[in-house]
Design a protein around this ligand. Structure first.
Ligand code: FAD
Length: 381
């Protein structure tokens, strides 16, 4: 694409900032529009697998990730009742060389700070909540809740699971509550009183699971996320306060090693889990979607953020490579959809690393060098 092509990205999350970083480096005029007034340090951690960290390396922030988060040395799966190890994987220099990048656990607030450093601050417009997208033959017009209207040649919808840009392409469809909630808690390691825990453990129960991991290389902050069934989520709120008692209600019957961890939880919050049916319409005209906006992934494989980051790398390469939005978007979809479909399916099954697991196809993938698929014919709409 002509480097004068004006590109608007909606959403300054993981996918939006990554794609903006790549496009800006290639010389495109790109502006990111974000509804939030700024980013707050929400109480949660995130796992960035090597397929994600090697993309972020190209934006110059690998060291910042490692310095802020932790290169976890293992991921251990244990049975909820016996405590038996049912799967483990160890991360060291050798595995990092094989996978091509480190495996990093990090606080989401710290990750936001890292990811925001990849784009010129003047190219991020906070306080812009997208209300409407209008497309004509030669431009796209975006209208925001603050009264501002802007025009761009290409729009990338990186606006998450409730995407307004998706609504423009497909029509309004609320995301699906999957009948599970996630209790999240963070506490200082010193509360464990010297009790040693591995860098990352997933406890597997029949209908629920719980992860415990460190989020800093000092190993001074522990993150707990426990996912369990709930019939409905009947509030507009993104999250609600939770408690140690609620965690015990859900996981009090798990192995005593876990009880020692849950015992020291002080504050917690509870979040609904949403996804959508697979839908391979990710673009149309001058508009394309990425990340949760087009394929929300259940958070059971630690892969949704990684998929948004991979999308960003592939979509930006397609925009460098092809002359028209249609060709770029067809190649992007053809390159991404099989892999993302596999990840969505495995995440729904919640089987990843719950037993013998072939991980290389996921971890070794490099979205910055993987071959781009030929553009597929334009679909009839
Ligand atoms: C409990 C839980 C645990 C998870 N753990 C992991 C993990 O360990 N590893 C992993 O890789 N993934 C994980 N994920 C998934 C991951 O968080 C998401 O897949 C990822 O954040 C998607 O990135 P995104 O850029 O597509 O969207 P988001 O990160 O959701 O960003 C969307 C942005 O768009 C903005 N926005 C929305 N609407 C508008 C609008 N109308 N106008 C302007 N701006 C707008 C939002 O404010 C937001 O900043 C987890 C998810 C959950 C729910």
């Amino acid at each position: 694409m002509d480097r004068k092509t004006r590109i608007a990205v909606v959403g300054a999350g993981l996918g939006g900032m990554t794609v903006a970083g790549f496009l800006q480096r290639a010389g495109f005029p790109v502006i990111v529009y974000e509804q939030a007034p700024s980013f707050s340090r929400i109480g949660a951690g995130i796992i960035l697998t090597s397929n994600a960290t090697k993309v972020l390396r190209r934006l110059g922030v690998e060291q910042m990730l490692v310095d802020t988060g932790i290169k976890a040395d293992c991921y251990i799966s244990r049975a909820w009742d016996t405590g038996k190890t049912i799967y483990d994987i160890w991360f060291d220099a050798e595995s990092e060389a094989r996978f091509g990048g480190p495996y990093v656990n990090i606080h989401r607030g710290d990750l936001h700070a890292v990811i925001h450093s990849v784009v010129e601050p003047s190219a991020v417009a906070f306080n812009h909540r997208l209300l409407e997208v209008k497309e004509s033959a030669d431009a796209v017009r975006l209208r925001f809740d603050n009264g501002v209207t802007v025009e761009a040649d290409i729009v990338i919808g990186a606006d998450g699971v409730n995407s307004k840009v998706r609504e423009h392409l497909i029509g309004f469809e609320p995301p699906r509550f999957i009948g599970k909630i996630a209790h999240r808690a963070i506490f200082p390691t010193e509360l464990l009183g010297g009790y040693k825990i591995p860098d990352c453990t997933k406890w597997w129960g029949p209908d629920r699971h719980l992860l415990v991991y460190f989020m800093t290389h000092r190993r001074d902050e522990v993150y707990v996320i426990g996912v369990m069934p709930r019939k409905s989520w009947d509030t507009e709120a993104a999250s609600l306060p939770s408690s140690r008692e609620a965690l015990f209600e859900g996981f009090g019957h798990f192995h005593p090693d876990l009880q020692r961890v849950l015992n020291v939880v002080r504050d917690a919050s509870v979040w609904p889990v949403f996804d959508r049916e697979r839908n391979d319409r990710w673009s149309g005209g001058r508009v394309a979607l990425l990340g949760d906006a087009c394929h929300p992934v259940r958070p059971f494989m630690a892969a949704g953020g990684a998929m948004a980051i991979e999308d960003a790398a592939i979509l930006s390469r397609c925009l460098f490579e092809f002359d028209t939005p249609a060709a770029a978007f067809r190649s992007y979809e053809a390159t991404r959809q099989a892999r993302v479909g596999d990840v969505q399916r495995i995440s729904v099954e919640n089987t990843w690393m719950g037993g013998p697991t072939e991980t290389d196809w996921f971890y070794c993938y490099d979205a910055c060098t993987a071959p781009l698929a030929a553009p597929q014919p334009v679909r009839a709409t």
